[in-house]
Write a protein that binds this ligand. Structure first.
Ligand SMILES: [Mg+2]
Length: 231
């Protein structure tokens, strides 16, 4: 196959899976400065994910103010800033990459492949992006909150290919299957592989296509076995 680029999902693919208990803990950390019960805040975060992941609630501070108001609270600037800081700290823990991510991406680059990230994510990842080691390792990113669309919207897959300067047909797509991304990538002409790493079953992913019958990879570094060194 004439593959010239690899597009990766972010959460659960370049990063480890996130078990449900972690989300509870994270919600509690940003609920505390607002004085809201952790369970109420977790429900507010969960139910607003479609809005936050498409940027409709604005940046993190604007989104948190809206969510607090929906729960009958009008937080002061100090409480809001503390909640946002707690949220960013918690989210940044989730941005830590899998142990084999940097070596795998570095080797793919050394082989001459273009690399992209396509993520359904909220403002925290966009706001942190430039500080992440990953930013230096990839040629392009498409983040749902910056594009106003979520997977499997075909425009997102075409957009990452355009930003990489390649045709979708020349892309391998690797993801853990959230947001029906593998079906979406395939529909756009990419060759999609499900990452079914050892922690795959632990994940609490949004609308993951667990019934994917296409090819899969047992670890992220196995993507190297698919791709030869380009001339
Ligand atoms: Mg994922």
């Amino acid at each position: 196959m004439a593959v010239t680029a690899v597009v990766f999902d972010f959460f659960g693919t370049l990063t480890p899976s996130t078990p449900a208990g972690v989300w509870d803990d994270h919600a509690a950390r940003s609920a505390a400065p607002l004085g809201l019960p952790a369970g109420v805040w977790r429900a507010a975060l969960d139910s607003s994910f479609p809005e936050r992941a498409t940027g409709r609630l604005g940046d993190l501070a604007a989104a948190f103010r809206t969510l607090a108001r929906r729960n009958g609270l009008d937080p002061g600037d100090e409480a809001l800033a503390a909640a946002c800081a707690a949220r960013l700290a918690a989210q940044r823990e989730l941005f830590a990459l899998r142990a084999d991510a940097v070596p795998t991406l570095s080797e793919l680059r050394a082989r001459g492949l273009r690399l992209g990230v396509l993520s359904d994510c909220t403002a925290e990842l966009a706001e942190s992006w430039s500080q992440l080691p990953l930013a230096e390792l990839v040629d392009a990113r498409v983040l749902s909150c910056e594009e106003g669309r979520r997977k499997p919207d075909p425009e997102l897959f075409h957009l990452i290919a355009r930003r990489l300067g390649v045709a979708p047909q020349d892309c391998v797509y690797v993801g853990d299957g959230g947001g029906h991304e593998l079906t979406g990538a395939t529909a756009c002409g990419m060759r999609a592989f499900m990452l079914r790493a050892a922690d795959w079953a632990d994940n609490e992913a949004h609308s993951r296509e667990d019934d994917w019958s296409g090819p899969s990879l047992p670890s992220l570094s196995d993507v190297l076995s698919l791709l030869p060194r380009l001339p």
